[in-house]
Design a protein around this ligand. Structure first.
Ligand code: NDP
Length: 245
């Protein structure tokens, strides 16, 4: 097959649900070799078995992206199993929305640790390998919330603006060997709102997510970025449900 995605070694963080899981399904169907990371082993195991049964080459590694060593270990699994790292998808993230006045400082720290530091650890874990290979592609999950601030979402927006800055900084420093893609979705139906503990914020999110579309829309956007020839770098994709404001 001359599918450009066939045989590419792709690491996905947060592959146990939502966008990560949908992207794993799409890429497996295109012949990518996958390394799946997240905290929930049962989910990763079940997804791996499902994809393997369809003939895909898939492995998984329990990974908490807030632990730098665990992210390094995830990258090492890719190299040990498949010999290289073509794409890292920094997808793990969480969105416990609440107004600043609610002072959910622990949740702020968790968002910084997963949404920002997790992405930085991911970049650090793959960059030397991609430099050695003289090729690679980092895809970061930002958000519409990385382009526009919403009341009740200040810290989440701050983390997604940071992700956008990391994507653009990497792009500018990467030269002609490494591609950098920032993916900014609107409302997509996943488990993302499940960490919201503030009742009013939960209600507002549920209202916004009434128009949410399926995860596969984002998976297709990620596939589009990966399948471009090596001299084409898709830097930013913003996609929303047609019905989203
Ligand atoms: P889900 O809640 O369905 O998935 C989030 C994933 O992140 C899970 O697989 C979870 O796995 C993983 N995760 C959370 N914390 C950690 C951690 N500490 N270490 C490793 N993995 C972790 O939400 P989505 O699929 O929607 O979210 C994926 C990304 O997309 C996020 O970055 C989100 O901000 C972004 N996004 C989502 C949008 C949406 O509307 N759904 C819109 C814009 C952006 P586990 O719990 O097993 O560790």
């Amino acid at each position: 097959t001359n599918d450009p995605i066939n045989q590419k070694v792709v690491i996905i963080t947060g592959a146990s649900s939502g966008l990560g899981e949908a992207t794993a399904r799409r890429l497996a169907g295109r012949g990518a070799k996958l390394v799946l990371g997240a905290r929930r082993e049962d989910r990763l195991k079940a997804l791996t078995e499902e994809l393997k049964a369809q003939g895909a080459e898939v492995t998984w590694q329990t990974t908490d992206v807030t632990e730098r060593k665990q992210v390094e270990a995830l990258a090492a699994v890719a190299k040990d199993t498949f010999g290289r790292i073509d794409v890292l998808i920094n997808n793990a993230g969480l969105m416990p929305l609440a107004p600043l006045d609610a002072l959910k400082v622990d949740e702020w720290e968790q968002m910084v640790d997963v949404n920002i530091k997790g992405v930085m650890y991911g970049i650090a874990a793959v960059l030397p390998t991609m430099r050695e290979q003289h090729s690679g592609h980092v895809i970061n999950l930002s958000s519409v919330a990385g382009h526009k601030v919403f009341p009740g979402a200040a810290v989440y927006c701050a983390t997604k603006y940071a992700v956008k800055a990391l994507s653009e900084g990497l792009r500018m420093e990467a030269g002609d060997e490494i591609r950098s893609t920032n993916i900014s979705p609107g409302a997509i139906a996943t488990e993302l709102t499940s960490t919201i503990t503030d009742p009013d914020a939960k209600k507002a999110a549920d209202d916004l997510y009434e128009v949410a579309i399926d995860s596969d829309a984002v998976a297709r956007a990620i596939v589009y970025a990966i399948e471009q020839p090596a001299d084409v770098d898709i830097n930013e994709i913003i996609l929303r449900p047609t019905a989203q404001e």
